[in-house]
Write a protein that binds this ligand. Sequence first.
Ligand code: ATP
Ligand code: MG
Length: 334
Amino acid sequence: MTQKITVIRGDGIGPEIMDATLHVLDQLGAGLEYEFADAGIVALEKHGDLMPKETLESIARNKVALKSPLTTPVGGGFTSINVSLRRHFDLYANVRPAISFPNTRSRYENINMITVRENTEGAYLAEGQEVSADGEVAVSGAKVTRKGSERVVRYAFELARATGRKKVTAVHKANIIKSTSGLFLNVAREVAANYPEIEFQEMIVDNACMQLVMRPEQFDVLVTTNLFGDIISDLCAGLVGGLGLAPGANIGENAAIFEAVHGTAPDIAGKGIANPCALLLAAAQMLDHIGQPQNAERLRKAIVATLEAKDSLTGDLGGTGTTMGFAKAIASRI
Ligand code: ATP
Ligand code: MG
């Protein structure tokens, strides 16, 4: 059976890393059919719209998209494309694995965790931001709902269950921010009670940061509100060697979008030297999501084996390989 996915080749290094990723996916024989759709600067030039209606319809139809980084032009009043995609499809869970890989610039070797960040509420509200007329006082609000907390915590537990993970840690600051963080923690406890086979742990965010830096191998799945999740997921990417290997997924009820965490890297765009691994690892997350965990695992193993062999590594990993050369080295190990 073939599964159709929307593929957005994107801006900057986007097309290069996407071509490399599709080359490896073809080798995997996952039965994927690609529906290409434009977004970003390419789309603005072709269709006069950063996020054309056809692209949104394609994602709505296929429910799964693999997306390269996109440029949102500065000025001109454009909202970030990533933010508008998140809003349009109500992509409430941002899921970022942080896994140690060989031969990367990482301080640790045994990290294997996933951060699940609430993506639609918390401190990231457009409304309720105020600065007094004299510029002396600024106020911003935060909103946490039972529904918003419940669905993201449930997602974290379901993910743990589906991938055989053993522990979920809810990260909060309920001791001080009793209202919003308190509600999130209460809901997390309620949801956790439905998953007796998975260990539930609560950790205050400041302690979580220290523990992550000192003993990251103790973590399995982390779930938290928007702002804490934003910070912690970048911290975790840093723990395993940075942007070139950091994938992410944005999950909603009706659509899921898989992407690299890094941006368009204009400084190296068009040179064929970008590391395709982050997008490849996002593709592995996508395979897990669409019910192909064996293929996801084959893909990750091929990436690990290629890193271990230091075969055709790109410049960010200390090699001299090209984007497509690296992809071919990975494909040859599948
Ligand atoms: P954007 O505005 O789209 O976020 P940026 O200038 O912030 O772009 P990033 O893509 O966030 O750039 O990257 C920051 C740095 O990391 C750049 O120097 C870039 O070259 C490097 N980098 C990012 N992704 C990769 C990659 N896949 N392979 C190699 N280097 C990368
Ligand atoms: Mg950037």
